[in-house]
Design a protein around this ligand. Structure first.
Ligand SMILES: [Zn+2]
Length: 129
């Protein structure tokens, strides 16, 4: 059984999906470490460019030492920034607590259609007589 697992593992690297395991920063297109969970997080360089809507520099930090919560802060004044919205190069982004601690920032996506005919769950419900 152990041998079988080893062989299987070796084969996994030939899986075509493995080759897709690279991604780029959505803001500056720099190569970033692959993340299954966060396919569009911004790179650390862009993360350091976050500003509020007035153009003041903001940063985001975990609230607890073990890496939970997401608190914004004005970097110049040290005042709290009560939002997770931010802008990088005029692109609206959202900061959030990362799954394994730390902070990730991703471009903010608007809900395109509120009624969302494309929502598969909603569609399924409608099809049930
Ligand atoms: Zn970037």
């Amino acid at each position: 059984m152990e041998l079988y697992n080893k062989v299987k593992k070796t084969f996994k690297t030939h899986d075509i999906r493995e080759h897709k395991h690279q991604q780029h920063c959505p803001i500056c297109n720099r190569y970033v470490a692959y993340s299954d969970r966060y396919p569009n997080y911004v790179c650390s360089k862009c993360e350091s460019l976050t500003v509020d809507k007035m153009g003041l520099k903001v940063g985001f930090f975990n609230i607890t030492l073990d890496g939970h919560g997401c608190q914004g802060k004005y970097l110049d004044s040290g005042k709290l920034y009560r939002s997770t919205k931010c802008f990088i190069k005029n692109i609206q982004c959202k900061a959030e607590e990362a799954y394994l601690g730390g902070i990730i920032i991703r471009p903010f996506k608007r809900n395109r259609n509120r009624s969302s005919a494309l929502d598969p769950e909603l569609l399924t419900c409608k099809q049930i007589p």
